[in-house]
Structures are given as structure tokens and as C-alpha cells.
Design a protein around this ligand. Sequence first.
Ligand SMILES: N[C@@H](CCC[C@H](N)C(=O)O)C(=O)O
Length: 257
Amino acid sequence: MQFSFYKYQGTGNDFIMIDDRNEAFPEDNLPLVQMLCDRKFGIGADGLILIRYKDGFDFEMIYFNSDGSQSMCGNGARCAVAFSKFINIIDTETKFLAIDGPHTAVVDGSLVELGMSDVNSISNAGQDYFVNTGSPHHVRFVDNVLSYPVVDQGAAVRYSDDYKPNGTNVNFVTPISDEEIHVRTYERGVENETLSCGTGVTACALVYGIKHQLNEVKILTPGGKLKVRFSAAADGSFRNIKLIGPAEQVFHGVWEK
Ligand SMILES: N[C@@H](CCC[C@H](N)C(=O)O)C(=O)O
């Protein structure tokens, strides 16, 4: 098997990107996805993304976590948009399909502003919160996220009875200023902390924004800075949610085996 791939990163969340418009990649071969994402035995990435043609859209993004499971990935989608521009499928604006439905995006230099799915509500989860932003997210505010045991506590919530059988991603948040938060995320499907999670920071921004009557929140992650804008409705729902941040091509290679 031989295929060309590109490596992308969005605030340190990294992805193997494959132009699969000829549908040659064996998408049911999950051991292959796992091996390609493995940092010691493969290329190494938090996830793998296939770009395919889709009627009525500029393209379809098929996203796999590094364990082969599928979900919506905000940072991956920003990288998929940058890659689609690179391979000339789109110019600066796009409408594409992901596992959670249609998305729009605008590219401005190295920045991608991604339209996220609407969110119907934020639920309470004990002292914490739960938000589905295309992927499921538990949000917990902590005193000092820098010294917080993200992997231990993240795994405890992810595997708790409350979230069985599908599990959840788990985000830990410490406010930095009135409009900025620091977020670290334990990701389901990677089963570790990643340097940034787009759907995760979106969930955290909605929770923080509604508490503090903001419609834009800045986010610092271990991999860099993101911004989330949204409109909050009186019924507790959120519309016009935008995830904004950089997406960068890192290298190109050919897989041959
Ligand atoms: N890194 C992603 C989230 C990927 C999906 C997640 N791990 C899940 O399985 O729910 C992002 O940037 O949103």
C-alpha cells in the first residue's frame, strides 16, 4: 500500500491528513489507523483525517481519533479546511460535512474561523458541567490548572459510571482574566491529555461566557491560543458559534508498506 499524507497541527493538536478523494484509503482498517497515529511505530498523531468528495458540499471530513474511534474534532476541522485550501478544493470560504453535520469556515491567512454546530443546552454534572459541542465534554473549574493532575482526574471522569458506555472528553479550566481562560483537556480516543481540543475549548468558553455574560472568550491551551465567539439565546441554547485559531502544515510524506 502506498499513499501520500500531510501532517497538520492546530494549537498542538496534530493530525495525519490524507487527500482521499479517490476513496483508496481502507477506512475500515482500524489497526492501520492506530498504527499510523502511533508515535513510536507509525507517523504519530492525535488523529487521522480523510478528505473526500461529498455531494452538496465542498468536501467531507472523516475524522478518527488515534484509537480508531470517530467523533467531531474542532481543531482537526480547522486543519482540514486549511488543507482543502492547500489542495485547491476551496478558496477562502467553505461549507463541508463532518460527523455532527454541516459546517462553514473562513480562512484568513493562517487563521481558520470554523462554524460549530449549535448547542442546545449546558447541563449540570454534579459540581461540574456537561456540554455536547459535536463531541461530548465534561467541564470542571479548578484553582490551578497548571498543577492539576489532568490525566488521572480526566481518566477518572471519562471512565466513570455516569458516562458509560461511550465516555466523554474532560476539560479543566482556570480563569486568567475576565475574558480569558486556561484550559487543559483529557481526550477520549487518545486516552491522554492533548495540547489542545477545539470542541473542548468551545464547551469551556460557552460555560464561562454564560456565567460572565460574554459573547467572546479567549482561551490559552498548552499548545497555543484560541478564541470562541457565540450568541446565547434566552432559552439556554447557543447559535453562531465560531472557533478561531491557527492551522499549520508541518510536513509531507509518503507511506509505503
Ligand atoms: N481534538 C478534538 C476532539 C476529538 C474528538 C474527541 N477525542 C472525542 O472522541 O470526542 C477537537 O479538537 O475537538
